[in-house]
Write a protein that binds this ligand. Structure first.
Ligand code: XIL
Length: 390
């Protein structure tokens, strides 16, 4: 049995019936009764960024240079709702690179950085190294030393270019993979195969030198799930952080991606997730929720039922993580169903619906209208215990 969440405790206190919650059918960032303490603002459509800020939290979303240039209505929604942006793809090495070492196109990333600066938005960097989005030529470099030099040059160029402007960098994305069978649980990424586990130390040290103000994050997925493989993933991540700490390698935060499923797959384990978060916090590390979304791949077709299941997944996850004071930042991997990796089928991930109906994974629909998911997020922020300022 796990201890009750902050919201459960608050609910129990209100059990006398004074603050009875009534979800309004369908509604605005609204499915919230005005009688809820703190939540009346959400009912009135108060932006997510403001509800978050009231608790000392930062809320944000992905964006792309193309969206900034071509979709003013979407950009207006981002500016209304988000206090932070992160490039969905425009800072990924493979996407920036033109096919040769050092030949990178910083244009789209520059436009996002300028957009964040002009609008006073917090900016995340995603990412410096990711096995999955590394230029092809890197794999063919002839020696260990050539690979080491290329890693250092890339991190210096990218993190150095935006020095002082990035709140937090995902330095290495997805370093863990228990299925790869190593005793330390590290992924057999090309970087690891070339340099050994110390590639992580090299990456974080190089990032710290390139941008001393940025928080340096280890970003990982499926951390919240209840399955033996994910038990191993959590244990491997904690062991990695302990090893990096002992080696004096700079690391400031853990990023929990949070790509959730409304239906299917291993369930969320609230007790395990909370224990894991407490362990990270006890190490003095911050925690960021970096890529939250909810795939509705296996949820029923009927939109009302589907949206409810998606909203419930957001609510359960956020109630669990927001109870941990080390969680200070929440990013959804998109804001509107108009732009979601789940909808666009761009990847080989099997996260889209087989019946061909458009997915509805994000807080706002494709027409930029708030869905029950927006209300669930608003409500979770309204119930979150306040963070200490700073
Ligand atoms: C995804 C993007 O959303 C897609 O547009 C792209 O085609 C592939 O990458 N984990 C991550 C993100 O860390 O970078 C991924 O983003 C989603 C999974």
């Amino acid at each position: 049995m796990s201890a009750p969440t902050h919201r459960e405790r608050a609910r129990a206190r209100d059990a006398a019936g004074l603050a009875r919650r009534r979800l309004l059918a369908g509604g605005l960032a609204a499915g919230i009764a005005a009688t809820l303490p703190n939540a009346s603002h959400a009912a009135a459509g108060e932006p997510l960024r403001r509800l978050a800020a009231k608790k000392g939290l930062v809320y944000g979303t992905t964006i792309s240079a193309t969206q900034i240039e071509s979709d003013p209505a979407f950009v207006a929604l981002v500016l209304q709702q988000a206090g932070l942006v992160v490039p969905e793809n425009d800072m990924k090495w493979q996407f920036m690179n033109r096919g040769a070492p050092g030949d990178d196109n910083f244009g789209p990333a520059d436009r996002i950085v300028a957009f964040a600066g002009a609008n006073g938005l917090v900016l995340r960097g995603h990412n410096l190294l990711w096995y999955h989005r590394t230029p092809h030529w890197f794999f063919e470099l002839p020696s260990r030393d050539a690979k080491e030099r290329a890693i250092i040059a890339h991190i210096r160029a990218l993190a150095g270019r935006y020095r002082g402007k990035i709140h937090s960098w995902d330095v290495v994305n997805e370093p863990i993979e228990p299925k790869d069978g190593r005793p330390d649980g590290l992924r057999k990424a090309v970087f690891l195969e070339a340099l050994g586990p110390e590639y992580l130390d090299l990456a974080y040290r190089t990032a710290r030198a390139a941008d001393p103000q940025a928080r340096l994050v280890v970003n990982e997925y499926d951390i919240e799930l209840d399955a033996p493989e994910q038990d191993a993933r959590r244990a491997a991540l904690i062991a990695l952080l302990q090893r990096m700490r002992a080696a004096g390698t700079p690391v400031d935060a853990v990023g929990i991606q949070g790509h959730l499923r409304a239906v299917g797959g291993p369930p969320l384990s609230v007790p395990k997730l909370r224990r894991f978060l407490a362990e990270i916090a006890a190490m003095g590390l911050e925690i960021e929720i970096t890529e939250l979304d909810v795939t509705d791949e296996l949820a029923p077709a009927a939109i009302e039922a589907r949206d409810r299941l998606v909203a419930d997944a957001y609510r359960r996850f956020l109630d669990a993580v927001l109870d941990q004071p080390a969680v200070k930042l929440i990013v959804t991997w998109g804001l509107s169903d108009r732009y979601s990796w789940i909808v666009r089928k761009q990847t080989h991930e099997s996260r889209w619906r087989r019946d061909g109906l458009p997915s509805r994974p994000l807080p706002f629909d494709a027409a930029l209208r708030p869905k029950p998911a927006a209300a669930a997020i608003a409500e979770a922020f309204a119930w979150a215990p306040p963070r200490r300022p700073g």
